[in-house]
Write a protein that binds this ligand. Structure first.
Ligand code: ATP
Ligand code: MG
Length: 345
């Protein structure tokens, strides 16, 4: 494929995720921003922060004085409130600005959406993107991962995100709806279960979804473990070391059965003679792919199917954005509409 001329053009690959938005540019810029905007609860917050909004991880850190808006749910834009749409707008604007477009430069971006996002999800997103970009395309997230990792044929991609787990069967063509599926059980689902499980096992413990998420990110695992996971929490205000081993294992394992069923379903998209190759070419990406033991557990639950190999993407947080940027770099914008929905071409 010929590399197109990119002078005077800022190309962006954006993975707009429920939890985190990854952006990469053709000028080697990359950033990962938490997909959340906080607005001060009242005038005191405005005074403390000296701002009327806070974007990203700082908003989570200062959540006590902010109302937080996570504009994506289950991988798609929430349209319930104006504030959520405003937040989506702010995040997209923020990541484009971070990439430092030059005056007069054309900004062309490819944005990842969940495997089975609806037509209206895509057009809503493109409408917002159009305000900051000259040309924008939305494509399926697991397809971007497949493209970036060069797994375009006889491969199954599993993108374990916060809102959804997206699974995609790559068969040497741009995947259609029949080759993709989304499971509405991602990291956020685990966090909510973990929060409740820790609370149930330790009456009076103070834990919220963000604390539960942090515990999962540091210690999350499935399967056997020799080591207990002890975390410092507070019970009725008093510091205590709490054993979260079992709650953590049980809640992290809740996604495995659905993933295995999803793989079995996507496997049927391949010809029988390609199925063994696809099963030896399972790729895990997304932040949730870091849950320890996930690959081996999937392999063991599929052992009746022959030789299974699950590989982890090298850079799971940027796998989607990297693929989007690669696609943007390799494919002239006039062809973008052959791959996904486009605005502005
Ligand atoms: N080390 C880790 N162990 C377990 N989970 C992790 C780890 N690091 C991040 N995660 C989880 O990964 C999820 C975020 O991953 P990612 O950034 O791929 O999701 P997203 O793209 O924002 O979501 P989606 O694709 O569903 O829109 C969160 O649930 C986060 O808690
Ligand atoms: Mg994602």
């Amino acid at each position: 494929m010929t590399i197109k001329k990119t002078e005077g053009v800022l190309l962006l690959g954006i993975d707009l995720g429920t939890a985190r938005t990854a952006v990469m540019s053709n000028r080697q810029f990359r950033a990962l921003v938490h997909t959340v905007v906080g607005f001060p609860k009242d005038i005191i917050g405005v005074k403390i922060l000296n701002r009327t909004q806070v974007i990203g991880v700082e908003a989570i850190e200062k959540r006590a004085i902010l109302d937080l808006y996570h504009p994506l749910q289950d991988g798609v834009l929430k349209e319930a409130s104006e504030k959520d749409l405003d937040a989506a707008h702010e995040i997209l604007q923020h990541v484009v600005e971070l990439a430092q477009p030059k005056t007069g430069e054309r900004i062309c971006g490819i944005i990842g959406v969940p495997a089975r996002a609806s037509g209206s999800d895509k057009s809503q997103l493109l409408k917002i993107a159009k305000e900051f970009m000259d040309v924008a395309m939305v494509v399926s997230e697991p397809f971007m991962v497949a493209y970036g990792q060069n797994r375009l044929n006889n491969a199954i991609i599993l993108d374990v995100g916060a809102g959804t787990i997206d699974i995609c069967a790559m068969r040497g063509t741009v995947p259609g709806p029949e080759s993709q599926m989304s499971i509405l059980k991602g990291g956020n689902y685990i966090d909510a279960l973990l929060e409740t499980a820790i609370r149930d096992a330790n009456p009076g413990v103070q834990v919220d979804r963000y604390l539960a998420q942090g515990i999962k990110e540091r210690h999350g695992f499935v399967g056997e473990t020799q080591q207990r996971v002890m975390v410092p929490l507070r019970i009725q205000g008093k510091p205590a070391d709490v054993d979260v081993t079992e709650p953590l294992r049980i809640t992290c394992e809740t996604i495995v059965a659905d993933m295995v069923e999803g793989i079995k379903r996507m496997l049927l998209q391949f010809d029988p003679e390609s199925q063994s190759q696809a099963l030896a070419n399972l790729l895990l990406a997304g932040g949730g792919s870091r849950i320890r033991g996930l690959g081996p557990m999937i392999e063991s639950q599929l052992r009746d199917y022959g030789q299974i190999r699950v590989t982890l993407a090298d850079d799971p947080d940027f796998a989607g954005a990297e693929g989007a940027l690669k696609l943007a770099t390799e494919l002239p914008t006039e062809y973008w509409d052959q791959i996904g929905e486009v605005i502005g071409a």
